[in-house]
Ligand binder design. Structure first.
Ligand SMILES: [Zn+2]
Ligand SMILES: [Zn+2]
Length: 670
C-alpha cells in the first residue's frame, strides 16, 4: 500500500564541543525508530547535520585563536565519526554552514517578510564602548530582568531559565573585555510570533509525538506569545536579506537545515525534496527535551508563514543522569562517546541497548558503569546471547550444522507473532523500552522452551522430535535477530550470519521473522555474540570517570581560592592595631552584644562586639586585643561601633585574639 514518505530528523548537534552520551539519548532512539519503520516496509529518510552558527562558536573559536570555520569543520567531522561509530546511520549529515542552507534560509526569511510576518523595530541593545561593538547573545552577561539572577545575553541560565530577547538583559557586562556595557539604539527585525497564536493552539492539538512536548508547548502558547527578534549583529551566520551587517539568529537557520539537508540528499539520490517539504510528507522531529519551545512554537510558525509542510510529530527525549547526578560537563559528570566509550573498545550496540531499554523515552535515564555491566552480563550475555548460542551450538553438534527437519511448534509461531504486534505498537508510541522488553521476553521464552523440552535427552531416544524442538528454537533465534536489529544492528547482523539467513538482517522486514527456517539449510559457525564485562574492566572505566570528577572538583576549588586571594596592597589597606579594653558593659536588649571602650594609645574607641555569650564584661578590662581600626562606623542596637575586634570563630564561639606579651596600645599589626 503506497503511503506518504516519512522524514525523520534529529536535533542538530552544536559544532562546539565533543559528542557525549547525553546526545545519544536522542540520536540512538531516532535511529532505532527509523530502522523499525523500514522493517515495517515504510519509505523513510533519516536526516541530520551540524549546527554551525551562533555566538558560542565564535566566542570559543576566538578563545582558541582559530577561525569559526576551522572549529565547526572539526566538530562536524567529530560528530559524523561518533554517529557512525555508534551505528547511527543518517542518510545524510549536512552542516548549516553549507551554501544550500544560506539559500534556503534567505528564501524563507524573504517569504516571511513578503507575507507580512517580519517587521523592523528600533531597540536598545548592549554596546561595549571600549570594544566599540554591539554585544549579541553570549557576548554579554548581566542580570535577568525577570528573576534578577546572573544571566547570559540570550538565556537566564542560572535562574528562571527564560529565553532572553536582545536588549532585555540588565546591568550588561561585555564578555570580551569585562567592561560594563551601555545601551544604544539599533534597528532589528522581528518575527510576528504573536499573530500565530490561534494557529499554534489548533496545530499543537493535532501534533503527534510525545505528549510531554505537546503539553509543554501548549502551555506556553496559551499564555502571551512575544514577537521574536530574528537578527543579530555579527558576521558569522546567514546574512539577513538586504542587510549585510546583520545575520539571522541561529535558531532561524538551524531548523531550516532540516530542509536544506533534505534538498542536498535528494539532489544526490535523484529524488524530489518537495515531496518532503511541500507535498505533505510525514515529518517527525526527534529532539532533546530542552529544545521543545523552538521545535513546537517557532519552527511550525515559520513553516506556516512561508508555506512549507508542517511537522506531524515532535518526539522529545527525557534527560540523562550520570551516576545518579545531574549531567554536567564542568563538574565531570559526563561520558564522552569517542574517548570514554568507543576508544575503550566497547561495542556500540551495548550502549544502544542500554539507552533504549533503561526506561521510557520521555523519562530520565541514569547511566553508570556498574549498571551497564549488569545489563550486559544479565540481559545480553545471560539471556539473549545465551539462547541464540545454545540453539546454534546444539544444532551444529547434533545436526551437522544444518536446520533440522521437523514441524515448527505452532505455539512458537504464535508467540513470535504476538511479540511482533507488540513491537509494532511500541514503535508507533515511541516506546523503545517496550520494544526491547518484548524481544527480551521472547529470549526468556526461548531459554525456557529449550530447557523444558530437554533436546539433550530427546536426541538419544527420539531424534526426530529433538529436530523439531531445535528447528523451533532456531525460529525463535531468527525472530530475535530480526526484532532486535533496530536496537543492535551489527550484533544482530552477526546473529543472522550464524543462523545462515540469506541476506543482511538490516534489510529484512519484521514479518519475515515468521518465515520458517528452511529445513536442511546451512547454518553459519556459532560464536558467542556477547562477552561478559569483567570486574577489572568495569573498575577501570569507573576509575577514569571518577578521576574526571576529582579533577573538576579540584579545578572548582582552585577557582574559588583564586577568588579569595587579595593583593598585598589590599592587605595594607587594613589598619589592624593592638587595643586595650578599658571598660565593658552589656547592651540593653541584646544577650550577644557588649559595648567596649578600647584604647588605641592616643585615642579611645567605642566598639560593639558580639562576644557576650563567651565573655563576662567584668573579666575584660585590661585585656589586649586585635582591632580593625579603619572599618567604617556602624550602629548596632542603636549603639555606634567605631572599630571591630578580631576573634577566632570556634564552632560559632568567639575566642579573642591578643599579642603574645603586653605591648603599647595602638601598636600596628602587620
Ligand atoms: Zn531569570
Ligand atoms: Zn568589551
Amino acid at each position: 500500500m503506497p503511503s506518504a514518505p516519512i522524514l525523520v530528523t534529529c536535533g542538530l548537534p552544536y559544532a562546539n564541543g565533543p559528542c557525549h552520551i547525553g546526545h545519544l539519548r536522542t540520536y540512538v532512539p531516532a535511529d532505532i525508530f527509523v530502522r523499525g519503520l523500514r522493517k515495517l516496509g515504510r519509505d523513510v529518510a533519516f536526516i541530520c547535520g551540524s549546527d554551525a552558527h551562533g555566538t558560542p562558536i565564535v566566542v570559543n573559536a576566538e578563545s582558541q585563536g582559530i577561525s569559526p570555520e576551522t572549529l565547526v569543520a572539526r566538530y562536524h567531522q567529530h560528530f559524523d565519526q561518533a554517529f557512525k561509530g555508534m551505528n547511527v546511520a543518517f542518510d545524510y549529515f549536512g552542516s548549516t554552514h553549507n551554501p544550500s542552507n544560506f539559500v534556503r534560509t534567505q528564501e524563507m526569511v524573504t517569504a516571511l517578510m513578503e507575507n507580512g510576518h517580519v517587521y523592523p523595530r528600533e531597540i536598545e541593545l548592549a554596546y561595549c564602548p571600549s570594544c566599540q561593538r554591539f554585544l549579541p547573545d553570549r557576548y554579554v552577561e548581566g542580570e535577568c530582568p525577570y528573576c534578577g539572577k546572573p544571566a547570559r545575553g540570550d538565556e537566564c541560565d542560572q535562574g528562571c531559565g527564560r529565553h532572553l530577547e536582545p536588549g532585555e538583559i540588565k546591568n550588561a557586562v561585555c564578555k570580551v573585555c569585562g567592561g560594563s556595557a551601555d545601551y544604544r539604539k539599533q534597528t532589528h527585525y522581528f518575527f510576528k510570533l504573536s499573530s500565530f497564536q490561534d494557529f499554534l493552539i489548533d496545530y499543537l492539538q493535532t501534533l503527534g509525538g510525545t505528549i510531554t512536548a505537546r503539553n509543554y508547548a501548549l502551555e506556553w502558547v496559551r499564555q502571551e506569545l512575544k514577537d521574536w527578534c530574528i537578527t543579530r549583529n555579527m558576521s558569522w551566520g546567514v546574512p539577513f536579506p538586504g542587510h549585510n551587517e546583520l545575520v539571522v539568529y541561529v535558531w532561524v537557520d538551524a531548523p531550516i537545515g532540516y530542509i536544506s539537508f533534505s534538498e542536498e540528499w535528494c539532489e544526490k539520490s535523484g529524488r524530489n525534496w518537495k515531496a518532503y517539504w511541500k507535498d505533505g510528507a510525514r515529518i517527525i522531529h526527534f529532539i532533546g527535551g530542552d529544545i521543545v519551545y523552538h521545535h513546537c512554537i517557532f519552527w511550525p510558525a515559520m513553516l506556516k508563514g512561508s508555506g512549507y509542510t508542517l511537522p506531524s510529530a515532535v518526539v522529545a527525549s527525557g534527560m540523562l543522569k550520570i551516576d545518579d547526578r545531574k549531567f554536567s560537563k564542568s563538574r565531570g559528570y559526563v561520558i564522552w562517546v569517542i574517548d570514554d566509550y568507543l576508544e575503550k573498545g566497547l561495542h556500540p550496540d551495548l550502549l544502544r541497548y542500554y539507552l533504549a531499554s533503561y526506561t521510557s523515552h520521555t523519562k530520565e535515564v541514569n547511566f553508570a558503569w556498574k549498571i551497564f555491566a549488569d545489563k550486559v552480563n544479565t540481559e545480553l550475555v545471560g539471556a539473549l546471547g545465551n539462547f541464540i548460542n545454545r540453539a546454534l551450538t546444539f544444532t551444529a553438534k547434533n545436526f551437522d550444522g544444518k536446520v533440522p527437519n521437523g514441524e515448527i511448534d505452532p505455539e512458537v509461531l504464535k508467540k513470535i507473532e504476538a511479540v511482533m504486534q507488540e513491537m509494532t505498537s511500541a514503535l508507533e508510541e515511541y516506546e523503545f523500552k517496550k520494544m526491547c522488553d518484548g524481544v527480551m521476553a521472547l529470549a526468556d521464552y526461548g531459554n525456557i522452551y529449550f530447557q523444558s523440552h530437554e533436546p539433550w535427552k530427546l536426541i538419544k531416544t527420539d531424534r526426530e522430535s529433538a529436530g523439531a524442538v531445535l528447528r523451533s528454537c532456531l525460529q525463535i533465534a531468527k525472530a530475535l535477530a530480526v526484532f532486535m536489529e533496530p536496537v543492535m544492528p551489527s550484533k544482530m547482523d552477526a546473529a543472522g550470519r550464524q543462523l545462515g539467513l540469506p541476506g543482511p538482517v538490516g534489510e529484512m522486514l519484521f514479518c519475515e521473522a515468521l518465515a520458517p527456517m528452511e529445513e536442511g539449510a546451512d547454518l553459519g559457525h556459532p560464536e558467542l555474540l556477547f562477552s561478559r564485562m569483567e570486574e577489572a574492566q568495569v573498575k577501570e572505566l569507573d576509575r577514569v570517570f571518577k578521576e574526571r570528577i576529582r579533577q573538576a572538583d579540584a579545578r572548582e576549588k582552585t577557582k574559588t581560592e583564586e577568588k579569595k586571594l587579595i593583593s598585598y596592597d589590599q592587605f595594607q589597606a587594613l589598619d589592624i592595631r593592638v587595643g586595650e579594653i578599658l571598660q565593658a558593659e552589656r547592651i540593653k536588649g541584646s544577650n550577644k552584644l557588649l559595648k567596649l571602650m578600647v584604647s588605641l594609645g592616643d585615642e579611645t574607641r567605642q566598639v560593639v562586639a558580639g562576644i557576650a555569650t563567651n565573655y563576662a564584661p567584668e573579666d575584660l578590662a585590661g585585656r589586649q586585643i586585635a582591632v580593625l581600626a579603619n572599618l567604617e562606623p556602624a550602629k548596632l542596637f542603636g549603639v555606634e561601633s567605631q572599630a571591630m575586634i578580631l576573634a577566632a570563630d570556634v564552632d560559632g564561639a568567639a575566642v579573642l585574639l591578643g599579642p603574645e606579651k603586653r605591648v603599647a596600645p595602638g601598636s600596628k599589626v602587620r
